[in-house]
Design a protein around this ligand. Structure first.
Ligand SMILES: [Ca+2]
Ligand SMILES: [Ca+2]
Ligand SMILES: [Ca+2]
Ligand SMILES: [Ca+2]
Length: 332
């Protein structure tokens, strides 16, 4: 059952005024059920507008939560429930990425209906459904073989350029890293702009202030990018609803990868004859069941770039390719 919250609630209030107490209770329960269902069953789509569409026009669409051009509503037989930027403000680093937004619609809407928006609105360059990714529970490939993104961002060129650098930042986009693990705690990247004391004498790590002005509050040891608008597919609970500054691993995969990454990168360095100080940027985009959303992965990539990561490690396979990640990675 997929009933829009906006429609059911006003009706419910109207009926409550007229009906008996018993009916009120039933209707209340129905209302709760419907609005709950609505929250839980959303599908995310990405829309990229053509370069002819200005960034301010896109800002207007997001602000008004309106993506269907006025006058064309009759051609669209579903409601758009939310409109947002690809990755909050992170996409604004690039003109191309500024033209990508994400929308949610009820899960019951056929994909073909949503994709048909492109035929109705010629200013749309592409529209695609957001992918959901699942980590392998036990990774069985060597790190370099399974990391398709390494080549996409010319990571190996980056290694050459880092010769002589004192440190290399390796972003791990995964289920998080156990930053308390004795073998890893000294390898985790700490953001110097969010460490120490502020002018009030408060700890910058927990003062609720974005001390380094990068758009993230208290991001001193990475970030948790998991935020799920749709039903938690096969979720076993845990932390996955909102962004926060605690990228603790609740699954184990990211910690495992971080362990390999330390070893593998040391090997690469050994061969190259340089000895940079590898730090792991802990970016959590996968939940305790190993599931992740494409928009959260995209946001994590953009954050990694902003923080100066030279290599980004992602442990999902070639089938994960999408137009949105293509655009994000080509920016990276
Ligand atoms: Ca910050
Ligand atoms: Ca702070
Ligand atoms: Ca998300
Ligand atoms: Ca969280």
């Amino acid at each position: 059952m997929h009933v829009s919250r906006a429609i059911i609630l006003p009706k419910l209030i109207l009926i409550l005024k007229r009906k008996s107490m018993r009916t009120k209770l039933l209707l209340f329960l129905l209302g709760v059920l419907c609005s709950y269902t609505n929250v839980l069953s959303q599908t995310t789509y990405f829309i990229k507008y053509a370069s002819s569409v200005s960034v301010s026009e896109i800002d207007g669409k997001v602000l008004a939560k309106q993506v269907i051009p006025s006058g064309l509503n009759s051609l669209v037989n579903f409601n758009v429930n939310s409109v947002d930027y690809l990755a909050k403000d992170l996409g604004k680093q690039s003109e191309v990425l500024s033209r990508i937004i994400k929308i949610t619609v009820d899960e019951s809407i056929p994909e073909t209906s949503v994709l048909n928006l492109k035929n109705i609105d010629p200013t749309i360059e592409y529209i695609e459904k957001s992918h959901e990714y699942k980590m392998d529970i036990v990774p069985n490939d060597s790190l370099v073989n399974e990391q398709w993104a390494l080549e996409k961002i010319q990571a190996f060129d980056a290694w050459n350029k880092t010769e002589g650098d004192v440190s290399v930042l390796l972003a791990i986009i995964d289920t998080g890293i156990d930053y308390l693990h004795p073998d890893l705690q000294n390898k985790i990247y700490l953001n110097s702009g969010e460490i120490g004391t502020d002018s009030n004498g408060d700890d910058k790590r927990s003062n609720g202030i974005d001390d380094d002005g990068n758009g993230f509050v208290d991001d001193y040891r990475g970030w948790d990018f998991t935020d799920r608008v749709g039903f938690p597919f096969d979720s076993s609970g845990g932390d996955y609803l909102d962004w926060d500054n605690d990228p603790m691993d609740e699954q184990g995969h990211g910690t495992y990868i971080a362990g390999i990454a330390g070893a593998e990168t040391n090997n690469i360095i050994g061969i190259a004859g340089v000895a940079p100080n590898i730090k792991l940027l802990n970016l959590r985009a996968f939940d305790p069941s190993g599931y992740g959303e494409e928009d959260d992965v995209a946001a994590a990539i953009l954050y990694a770039v902003q923080m100066g990561a030279r290599v980004i490690n992602m442990s999902f396979g070639d089938d994960a390719f999408s137009l949105v990640l293509r655009d994000v990675i080509s920016f990276a």
